[in-house]
Design a protein around this ligand. Structure first.
Ligand code: FES
Ligand code: FES
Length: 177
C-alpha cells in the first residue's frame, strides 16, 4: 500500500531478488533509478535511458524488461530480479551461478558495463528456450549493445549453459551450478 511522504513522493514495496524492499518514489521515477538510488541495487546499469542499449534490463515477474522504460510505481508489489540475485551465498562468499560462470570462462565480458543486462535477458531467454540454436541466441542478444567484448564469446557462454542445464536435467539434477 502507498503512503504519502510529505509531498508528492510515495512509498512503494517491491520484491527485489526475493526480499520485500520499501523505497520512496514520485510518479515519474524510473524503475532503474529507484533500484539504484533508492534501494542501492547498483548492479543494474544505465546506458542510453531510452530503451536501446539493454544495459538496464531486469526481470519483472520473470520477464526481461528495460527498467529505463518502466516507472517504479508500475512495479509496486511485483517481483523484480536483478543481477545481484543471480549468485548464491555460501558463508561469506558469493558463488556465481552457471550462466555467470560460463561468461567468465569464455571471456564474455570485458569492461562489464553491459553484462548485467545481458545476463538478465539470457536468464529469461534460457528459461523460455532451454535448447536454443545459435541463431536464436544471436537474435536475443541483438537487443543489447556491447562495445568492448564482441558477441562470439557471449554466444558460446549462453549455448554452453543451455547444454549443461539440459544435461543436468536429463540426469535429474535440478541445481544450476
Ligand atoms: Fe535502458 Fe539503455 S539504459 S535500454
Ligand atoms: Fe564492455 Fe559490453 S563488456 S560494453
Amino acid at each position: 500500500m502507498r503512503t504519502l511522504d510529505g509531498g508528492d513522493r510515495e512509498y512503494i514495496v517491491i520484491h527485489l531478488n526475493g526480499k520485500a524492499r520499501t523505497g520512496a518514489c514520485d510518479s515519474r521515477t524510473l524503475l532503474v533509478d529507484f533500484l539504484r538510488h533508492e534501494l542501492g541495487a547498483t548492479g543494474t546499469h544505465v546506458g542510453c535511458e531510452h530503451g536501446v542499449c539493454g544495459a538496464c534490463t531486469v526481470l519483472v515477474e520473470g520477464v526481461a524488461v528495460r527498467s529505463c522504460l518502466m516507472l517504479a510505481a508500475q512495479a509496486e508489489d511485483l517481483r523484480v530480479d536483478t543481477v545481484e540475485g543471480l549468485a548464491r551465498a555460501e558463508g561469506l562468499e558469493a558463488v556465481m551461478n552457471d550462466l555467470q560462470a560460463a561468461f567468465k570462462r569464455h571471456h564474455a565480458l570485458q569492461c562489464g558495463f553491459c553484462t548485467p543486462g545481458i545476463l538478465m535477458t539470457c536468464s529469461d531467454f534460457l528459461a523460455r528456450v532451454p535448447d536454443p540454436t545459435e541463431q536464436q541466441v544471436r537474435e536475443t542478444l541483438s537487443g543489447h549493445l556491447c562495445r568492448c567484448t564482441g558477441y562470439t564469446n557471449i554466444v558460446r557462454a549462453v549455448l554452453e549453459t543451455a547444454r549443461a542445464r539440459l544435461a543436468r536435467h536429463s540426469r535429474g539434477d535440478t541445481g544450476n551450478a
